[in-house]
Design a protein around this ligand. Structure first.
Ligand code: BG6
Length: 512
């Protein structure tokens, strides 16, 4: 049964959004992200009839791979990683137009071959075809790819028309402010800003988009969405996984770069920004940038606004796991943080005096991302403070994942002939209301880029503004080496320093 039959809310979706004939070229075609996310996303878009009739997929990579073999690799990726079972009929449609071009990333001739291949596809289609270049490689080859897209003329195809070339660029978008500026400059030497789609896959998550709907399609929130009613905000992006097989990347990155600068900060921006004038890309991104610019510099000491730590050996899901420094590929004296927490202040009328607490970490007790808005307590209480009177602060929490939904903590009367109170939770669960087969983030993002909608992508100045906030912290940490790197047992909710950020202001982390 099609999803639309099961869930009436999904009906009509495919009719509203359409992309022109498109060739998607994936650089880094044999990489992990391609197999886990990109190919399954394309398969699922095809399943939902959201791909244009003339859709072509081209893998590009250094390794010579015959077309047939690439189709086999792609099919295996769908079988292993797609949220839906492989439907042979749907896959046949995608596979028929899937090909592979081999070439180096710094080899202009390879890009010329790619250009000729796209021309051949166009001849077959019989009309102009938009090209969408997906850079899903390690950052070390971002520059040569961008340069060769320029040199081969691929980057400038159909400029001035809606189906001009587009480029999607994966994270990490730089490693600090200077490198982000350099990458932006490189992109701008070949592309115009409206051709560039910088990925933050959190923006593709249904619940992250729902945050906008909740805030701006309901009238009850706006009057209380400010310092008069809100006491503090906590944003948690926790994972139970360790560094896994990504030691090489993670050692150079750490939690602040990997999770806070992008995903967690995006959650903050969407929670705290002013209502945009429209749901257009520029209107929304203008508001996010404005908000990011209003964040005060992070205090580095003596009462610092940040904490960092590494996980030590501990227990996750009843199993013993090694500490970060014992993981394969990690330097025994590494100072890379696997946990980071921040206390941010926003200097504007809406948020003056409301602390925003952010934390993220690996090897925390469970995978959970949430935004919790804690409201002020009533001014005094008419209820006696005695046993049986349990009153909690009203808290609205957006569960980004898993168990996606929204809940509100209220205080209620316990039924009985005496007046006793107890906090209760009012919940909305996505899976219960809409069914659980929601699209993955990459489906939405690939489709939006094909359509030319940049709303859920990061603008160049936005990336730089976010790096401007965190680069002083990164520089400070680097200057300190291992000094100040705390430790927490795997399976615990982070180090003491992370708790102190809150306790010193009379708050505590909630248990998500
Ligand atoms: C990636 C990070 O951007 O996001 C990973 O590099 C992290 O370290 C991942 O595990 C988390 O994504 P998600 O969608 O599983 O929350």
């Amino acid at each position: 049964m099609a999803d639309t039959e099961r869930h009436p809310f999904l009906q009509g979706l495919s009719k509203h959004r359409g992309a022109p004939p498109t060739v998607v070229v994936i650089f880094g075609a044999s990489g992990d992200l391609t197999a886990r996310k990109l190919i399954p996303a394309i398969y699922n878009l095809s399943f939902d009839n959201l791909l244009p009739a003339d859709f072509h997929l081209v893998g590009y990579g250094r390794k010579p791979i015959p077309d047939e073999e690439f189709r086999g690799i792609a099919a295996a990726a769908v079988k292993e990683f797609s949220r839906r079972e492989m439907d042979p009929e749907v896959w046949k449609r995608v596979a028929a137009n899937t090909t592979y071009v081999s070439g180096g990333y710094d080899e202009k001739a390879g890009f010329d071959r790619l250009a000729a291949h796209i021309k051949d596809i166009e001849k077959g289609v019989g009309s102009e075809v938009q090209s969408l270049f997906y850079i899903s490689t390690p950052p070390s080859v971002f520059f040569p790819i961008i340069q060769n897209l320029g040199a081969s003329g691929l980057g400038g195809r159909y400029l001035g028309k809606p189906h001009h070339s587009k480029v999607i660029i994966e994270k990490p978008f730089g490693k600090d402010l200077d490198s982000a500026k350099a990458l932006n400059a490189e992109l701008r030497s070949v592309f115009q800003e409206n051709q560039v789609y910088r990925i933050d896959h959190y923006l593709g998550k249904e619940t992250v988009q729902d945050l906008l709907v909740q805030r701006f399609a309901n009238s009850i929130f706006e009057p209380i969405w400010n310092r008069n009613y809100i006491d503090s905000v906590q944003i948690t992006v926790a994972e139970d996984q360790g560094v896994g097989t990504r030691a090489g990347y993670y050692e150079q990155s750490g939690c602040l770069r990997d999770m806070i600068q992008n995903h967690t900060t995006q959650l903050l921006a969407l929670t705290a920004m002013e209502p945009p004038g429209s749901f257009e890309a520029e209107a929304l991104r203008d508001e996010k940038v404005k908000l990011l610019k209003a964040i005060e510099p992070v205090a580095l000491g003596p009462d610092p606004d940040m904490a960092r730590a590494q996980y030590a050996a501990g227990m996750i899901g009843g199993k013993k796991v090694p500490g970060y420094l014992e993981e394969k590929g990690i330097a025994p004296n590494s100072s890379t943080e696997t946990y980071a927490a921040l206390r941010l202040s926003i200097n504007n009328w809406r948020w003056q005096g409301v602390p925003f607490y952010l934390r993220s970490g690996k090897r925390l007790p469970r995978r959970v991302s949430e935004i919790a808005i804690q409201f002020k307590r009533p001014p005094g209480t008419i209820f006696p403070q005695k046993e049986g009177f349990n009153l909690a602060a009203n808290t609205l929490s957006f569960q980004i994942q898993p168990d996606e939904g929204l809940s509100l903590i209220l205080n209620a009367k316990v039924p009985g002939l005496d007046t006793r109170t107890q906090p209760v939770k009012m919940s909305f669960r996505y899976a219960t209301t809409f069914g659980s087969n929601t699209p993955e983030a990459y489906e939405r993002l690939v489709l939006d880029a094909m359509i030319g909608d940049g709303t859920l992508f990061i603008r160049g100045d936005e990336a730089e503004t976010s790096w401007a906030l965190y680069t002083p912290v990164l520089n400070f940490w680097q200057s300190q080496g291992r000094k100040g790197v705390e430790s927490y047992s795997a399976g615990a909710w982070g180090p003491e320093g992370g708790d102190q950020l809150l306790t010193s202001r009379g708050h505590v982390w909630r248990q998500p």
